[in-house]
Structures are given as structure tokens and as C-alpha cells.
Design a protein around this ligand. Structure first.
Ligand code: ADP
Length: 248
């Protein structure tokens, strides 16, 4: 699924002042790739991901999935479109009252999939994320990396076209981060997914992404392949990110 966003804008009113969280952002995300969006805290990343994933409507601009306009869908079409989108977050957003398997089953239950098909699909997904032996584990007994694996499996349950990762590895140590990024890379290839990765860590861009856009104060200041940006950064913000890159 190719994603195109054109001239997106979104403002909020805070203490009687208008904050332009996203300003005239245009990005083309090719199909079947991992695309990074990097920016410091407050750059507008979370707002942008809420807009691209259709959780929130922009004030201005347009969003296309495979050339189909999606920012103005009816409520019914929006619900259907959301089922084709997977999302994972820094804090996992899992149900602590459910086991690993029951978390993964949840989106399938919502879609009224037959019980025996849910069982089969959950088993496949647990295997895909390397947690076949933890099906019945309560979430509280899992490590951070294992929790994110459950969240990834749940996000993929309905075979989405797009996976949004919003600071998905920010709460994890470097070694666990690497293993989660490797899993995302493998899944991207296996499922022909378009992955949009929101991060403030250049290590994540380096280790997982093919393309990157650098966001600063709500605007895109630089876009290119990760190779290009790493070998020839143009903006000060990008140079600053690169100068803080660690070697682990
Ligand atoms: P990032 O994810 O890069 O840290 P955000 O998108 O969260 O950036 O925030 C960008 C700016 O928009 C910030 O100034 C933030 O305070 C403001 N903002 C984001 N969401 C809201 C909201 N729901 N209401 C008011 N202000 C918001």
C-alpha cells in the first residue's frame, strides 16, 4: 500500500494560543517499505501519525492510500479502513486482564471471526512473533520485548496493509530494540507491509528504515533514502541527530 499525504495541517488551541502541530506536510511513502519519520519531542510526530492513520482529521490537506482519498471517508468506511491498519505503541496498549493469546484474539473477536479460525490464526501469529510457548501467559508476566511481540501479533491479526509503529522501541533496552526491529523487518518482507516508523532515535532509522523524513516544528525539513541522509545530511536538525548516534 502506497501512502501519499499532501499539504497536511493540524492546529490545536492551548491556553488561548494556537499551536501548529503539523504544518503543510507532504510525504510520499512507497509501498512495501519501512519509512521512518524522526523528530525531537514536540516536533509533531504523534499528531502526524494520528492523521496518517486516520485516527484524527487534518484541518487541511489530503491523504491517499494507493491513490484513493481516505481523509474524508464516511464513518462506516473509516471503520472498515481501520481494520486494514495495524498500530503499535511505546506503552504496548495491551489488555492486562487477558493472556497473550487472548490479546491477539481480540481484533478477530471484534470482526466476528469463527472461534476455530481465531484459534488457528492466533497460533500462527504467536509463532510468527516467536512466542508460541507463551500463549497462556498473563501480560504482567512478560518482559517489555515480549509485550511488544504480543502487540505486533495483535496488530497483524487482521492482515493489515500498513503497520504504524509509534515510538515502538523507545521503552526497550538496545538489545531488545534490535530484536524487535529485526522482527519488524522480517514481517514487513513476509507480509509485503508498508511500515511507518515514528521515532526520536536515529539508531532506529539506521537499523530498520529504507527512507526517512525529518520533522522539526511541525514541518518536514529533509527527506530521502536513509543512505543519502546518513552520507549527506543537509539540515542542522539532521546533523544534530546524526552527531548523537551511538554505535550500539
Ligand atoms: P511529538 O510526538 O513529536 O512529541 P506532538 O505531535 O505530540 O509531538 O506535539 C506537537 C505539538 O502539538 C506540541 O506543541 C503539543 O503540545 C501539541 N499537541 C499535540 N496534540 C495536542 C492536543 N491533542 N491538544 C493540544 N495540543 C496538542
Amino acid at each position: 500500500m502506497e501512502i501519499k499525504i499532501a499539504n497536511l495541517g493540524r492546529s490545536y488551541v492551548q491556553d488561548d494560543k494556537t499551536v501548529e502541530a503539523v504544518k503543510d506536510v507532504s510525504i510520499e511513502i512507497p509501498s512495501n517499505t519501512i519509512y521512518g519519520i524522526i523528530g525531537k519531542s514536540g516536533a509533531g510526530k504523534s499528531t502526524l501519525v494520528r492523521l496518517i492513520s486516520l485516527l484524527e482529521k487534518p484541518d487541511s490537506g489530503e491523504i491517499y492510500y494507493d491513490r484513493k482519498r481516505v481523509d474524508n471517508l464516511s464513518k462506516k468506511d473509516l471503520i472498515l479502513q481501520h481494520r486494514r491498519i495495524g498500530m503499535i505503541f511505546q506503552n504496548f496498549n495491551l489488555f492486562y486482564s487477558r493472556t497473550a493469546a487472548k490479546n491477539i484474539a481480540y481484533p478477530l473477536e471484534i470482526c466476528h471471526v469463527a472461534e476455530k479460525d481465531i484459534k488457528k490464526r492466533v497460533k500462527e501469529l504467536l509463532e510468527l512473533v516467536g512466542l508460541a510457548d507463551r500463549a497462556d501467559a498473563p501480560i504482567s508476566t512478560l518482559s517489555g520485548g515480549q509485550k511488544q511481540r504480543v502487540a505486533i501479533a495483535r496488530a497483524l491479526a487482521n492482515n493489515p496493509d500498513i503497520l504504524f509503529c509509534d515510538e515502538a522501541t523507545s521503552a526497550l533496552d538496545p538489545q531488545t530494540t534490535r530484536s524487535i526491529l529485526e522482527l519488524i523487518r522480517n514481517i514487513q518482507k513476509k507480509m509485503n507491509l508498508t511500515v511507518v516508523m515514528i521515532t526520536h532515535q536515529m539508531e532506529v532509522v539506521r537499523d530498520a528504515c529504507e527512507y526517512v523524513s525529518v520533522l522539526n516544528n511541525g514541518s518536514v525539513v529533509e527527506t530521502g533514502t536513509v543512505k543519502e541522509i546518513f552520507s549527506n545530511p543537509k539540515s542542522e536538525v539532521t546533523k544534530d541527530f546524526l552527531s548523537h548516534l551511538t554505535s550500539n
